[in-house]
Each structure stands twice: as C-alpha cells, then as structure tokens.
Design a protein around this ligand. Structure first.
Ligand code: G16
Length: 543
C-alpha cells in the first residue's frame, strides 16, 4: 500500500452552505472533486493525525464511493481510527451521537438531506466537530478558504474496503471499525423516553404510520417502533433505504409525503403519523385529520417535554431559527425560561446547547431536537410525541387545540419559489434590503409595516456575529414576514417567504392557514414585486 501525494487544481464554488457542501451528484463525481474538498476540511482543522473520525451517510447514490475515498484519505493523512456505519449508512443524528459517545474528534456526514438522490440529483458532504454538531461558521469559512488554494491531497494506492461486516479491520495505519448504525442510537432513545408507556399505547390498539421515504431512517424506525416498542409490522412504510429514495423526494412535508397526509386525512386514518427525510434529521408530525406545523410541534414539545423521563426536570431554555414561528416564545415565557432566536442552520444551536442555555431547539424546516445530540433528530421528535400521547391520553388534534387555547395560535406558512433565476432572486433581495429603512409606516395590501430590518445574530456564548441572515418585516397587529434565499438548493435560487400571524387564545383559532395569511402574502408580493421579478404567480411549495 503506497502513500500518494497527488497534485490538484482548486474547484470553484466549494463553499459550505446552510449545511455543508451540496451540489449535483455529477459535480461531486468529477475526478478530484471530493478529494479537494476533503483535504480542505482536513487542512482547515489542522490535520487528522492521530484523530478518530466518524464517517457515514444517508445511502444515496455515490455514498459508498465517496466513503471509500474519504477512508483512503483519512488513513493517508494519519488518522488513527475511522468509525463507519455498516454499509456506509448512518443517519445524521446517529452520527452525531456516535461522535459524542465515542469521543471522536469529528465526523464526515454524506448527505444532501431532503434533496432527491441519484446520478442526476443531489449529493452533499459536511464536517461535524467533536461536540457532534455541524462545524460552526468560523470553521466552514476556513474550509472554504482552503478550497481556493488547495494544490495537493494525500491518499493511498489501494482498493475498496468491505463495509458490510461489523468489526475491525485496518487500512494503512488506520483502524476501521464498522458498527451497527442503529444500536447506540436506539439505546439513547431508550434512556430518554418511557418505552413502557409507549409499548402500552401500541398494545392498546393505538395506530401509527411512519413513512421512512425509502431513506436512512427505515432500519432505525423498524428496530425501535416495530421491534422494541411492539408496533405492528407495517407501521413503518417505505422502510428499505435506496440510493434514489425510490425515485422520490425524501422531504417530509405535505407535498412530498402526500400519500401519508392523504392517509391521515381519511376517515379511517391512523391515530398518528410521521415521516422523516433522507438523512433522518427532519420530521413531519400528523394526527388523525390534522397536520402539525414544525413551529407548532416545537412549541408543543417545549410545553410537554417534562412528561418524558429524559426531560422530567424541565427544560433550561428553547431556541428557534429566526424564520420559525414565535409559538415557542410564548411557551418559554410561560415556563420562565430563556428563548433564543438564531439564524437558519442547526450549527447556530451548538453553542447554546453546549453551554446548557437551551434544552430544546427547532426550525420551521421540519427540524426539532434537544441536547441529547447536536443535530436535529427526526425519530427523536416522533418518540417524544409518542411519549406525550401516551402520557396525555388524548388525540393529536386535541393536544394542538388545547395548546392554542392556552397560548394562542401562530398561523404560519412557508412559501417556496424554487429554481428561480439567481439574478432575479438576488435583485429582489438586494432591492428590498436597500429599501428597508423606508418601509415602516407604509401600507401594502391592507397591512401596515411596523418595522423592517436585516437579521444579524450575536452569539451570546462566543460573541461571534453573523450578518445577512434574512429580512424581517413586522406588521402592525402582530403579523410578520421573513424573506431569505435558501442555502441548501443546488439549482438557481430558492426564495423562501415565511408568513406568520398571531391570534390570541380567545380569537378565531380555526381559520384555514392560507386564508389566515393571505393579506400578509399579498403585502409581501406588493413590497417586493415578487410576481414581476420571478415570473411566478404562485409558490412551488407551501408548508
Ligand atoms: C438544513 C439545515 C437547517 C436548515 C435547512 C434549510 O437542513 O441543517 O438548519 O433549516 O437546511 O435551510 P435553507 O432554508 O437554507 O434551505 P437539512 O435537513 O437540509 O440538513
């Protein structure tokens, strides 16, 4: 086995986005593309000599090939040990857990999350630090700087390793440990939740469907829900991971998981349903006849977390990304705990979690999680819901109605305009930014702007500042719109418009969501010239 130092030429655009580097699969498949990015990561973290790395991905097309490349490079760069999920599979939260449990120095997670997989679809790669969470901006910026000047990388002149056999093997001077991707994660879930109560719930005839969307959570959900918790076989749908996610779009929302939504909306639908995404960190929650928005889910979980053993001492605080609805703020206020507003991106929660300032966090983009790992965690959210349902012994719908009657309701929806011409999208955002100071006091489509600004985050733990994190427009009467460009798309620009309106607990709590928000949506269209600029008369996706 020969150690090789190969020269290479930097690739343009290897800039980590909201969650690592995401590109078309064919871009990643170019000779030296993965190598340049991985060596840049290693250089940015002062090398991997004697380090332990966790490596795994969501099993999408090119997952196995990229892992082999990374293993050769990790060994050639002097790593001591690589802990790899069997078959190259690890859900993102399971990888985070392994990094923490095994005290690894970091991890490489291969996933483009909820984006489709396949040779003509998307691929992604990100680096997580020793706390198990996504690398913070200081590190991702360093990685990007390295990618601009990278001139050589180290690898081994050797073939592929078999990744299917659990156990240890060696690659050059590095030990490769292949582990069961589910076991340690399942053990953690058992520590956090009242499995006996959930078992009793299923034994009593409670019905559930979990749509794994042909993605990585299939084996986790089968083992935990159908195995340990005794849910009947067939509870988990689409539970076998495939490289192209069954040619689907593994995004757990009412558009891409429509069959599941149709099922729960039918008269004989199950009591509870949930779905998870490509890499298992996102979740969607549904009850018979009702969809729970991710923002409401975070608020309900915050209000009820104490019912689960892992959180029975109460929560220290809660954090949400800025565009997420302010429903959880009301819960935090009632619990007299801190509530933080961070930029979009799970990496911004890491410091707050490490410092013990928050226990739960969540995002409108179908992400909820807690201090048990440093990633959002789809199955964790499902299990916490199950624990709450078992403890409160009432349907999802009633839990939600009770929540709104206690705290009021934050009507909320996100409108996505996908694959918009980048120049048009940037022009819209730049002009809006330039006009922000003049908006207050003006009326648009019956809504009067109270204030408008561009969000900057001042991290209360390390003092770092992140600018340009989206535009907030507050309307008189408590309505709000947020606009930002997605950092995870791979084609053109995705414009996200987030709409919110608060209705107090004695107000009308049963308005259809889009109806409740139509004036705010019309005001945004008028302020931005959205239709003329993008050529779109309606969003591609509304969640
Ligand atoms: C990633 C990040 C999330 C973020 C989401 C959407 O999720 O981890 O924190 O909310 O992208 O980001 P954007 O609005 O920029 O597309 P995932 O599940 O794709 O890793």
């Amino acid at each position: 086995m020969t150690l090789l130092t190969k020269s290479c030429t930097p690739f343009d655009g290897q800039k980590p986005g909201t969650s690592g580097l995401r590109k078309k699969t064919r871009v990643f498949m170019q000779p030296d593309y993965v190598e340049c990015f991985v060596q840049s990561i290693f250089n940015a973290i002062d090398g991997v000599d004697d380090k332990t790395l966790v490596i795994g991905g969501d099993g999408r097309y090119f997952n196995a090939e990229a892992i082999q490349t990374i293993l050769r490079m990790a060994s050639a760069n002097g790593a001591m040990r690589a802990i790899v999920g069997q078959g190259g599979l690890l859900s993102t939260p399971a990888a985070s857990n392994l990094i923490r449990k095994r005290k690894a120095d970091g991890g490489l997670i291969l996933s483009a999350s909820h984006n489709p997989g396949g040779i003509d679809e998307d691929f992604g790669l990100k680096y997580n630090i020793a706390n198990g969470g996504p690398a913070p901006e200081a590190i991702t910026n360093r990685i990007f700087e390295e990618t601009k000047t990278i001139s050589e990388y180290k690898t081994l002149d050797t073939g592929d390793l078999a990744l299917d056999q659990i156990g240890e093997t060696s690659l050059g001077g590095m030990t490769v440990e292949i582990v069961d991707p589910v076991a340690e994660y399942a053990a953690l879930m058992e520590e956090l939740f009242d499995f006996d109560a959930i078992r009793a719930l299923f034994a009593g005839g409670f019905t559930m469907r979990f749509d794994a969307m042909h993605a990585v959570t299939g084996p986790y959900a089968k083992a935990i829900l159908e195995g340990t918790l005794g849910a009947p076989e067939g509870t988990v749908l689409n539970g076998v991971p495939s490289v192209d996610f069954g040619k689907g779009h593994p995004d757990p929302n009412p558009i891409w998981a429509k069959p599941l939504v149709d099922l729960v909306m039918s008269e004989d639908g199950p009591d509870f349903a949930a779905a998870s995404d490509g890499d298992g960190d996102r979740n969607m929650i549904l009850g018979q006849g009702i969809y729970v928005t991710p923002s409401d889910s975070l608020a309900v979980l915050a209000a009820n977390a104490h019912l689960a053993p892992g959180y029975d001492r109460g929560i220290a605080g809660v954090a949400r990304s800025m565009p997420t609805s302010r429903a959880c703020d009301r819960v935090a206020e009632a619990l007299a705990v801190e509530c933080f507003e961070t930029p979009t991106g799970w990496k911004f929660f890491g410091n707050l979690l490490d410092a013990g300032r928050v226990t739960l966090c969540g995002e409108e983009s179908a992400g909820t999680g807690s201090d048990h790992v440093r990633e959002k965690d789809g199955l964790w959210a499902v299990l916490l819901w199950l624990n709450i349902l078992a403890a409160r012994k009432m349907p999802v719908r009633n839990i939600l109605i009770d929540h709104w009657q206690t705290y009021g309701r934050n009507y909320y929806s996100r409108h996505d305009y996908e694959a918009v011409d980048s120049t048009a999208a940037n022009g819209l955002m730049n002009d809006l930014t330039a006009n922000l100071d003049s908006l207050a006091g003006q009326s648009f489509a019956s809504c009067t702007v109270a204030s408008a600004d561009e969000f900057s985050y001042h991290d209360p733990v390390d003092g770092s500042v992140s600018h340009n994190q989206g535009i907030r427009i507050d309307f008189e009467g408590g309505g709000r719109a947020v606009l930002r460009l997605s950092g995870t798309g791979t084609e053109g620009a995705t414009l996200r418009v987030y709409l919110e309106r608060y209705e107090p607990r004695d107000g009308d709590l049963a308005i259809e969501t889009q109806t409740a928000l139509k004036d705010i949506a019309a005001a945004v269209a008028e302020i931005t010239g959205l239709v003329e600029r993008t050529g779109r008369t309606a969003p591609d996706v509304m969640t």
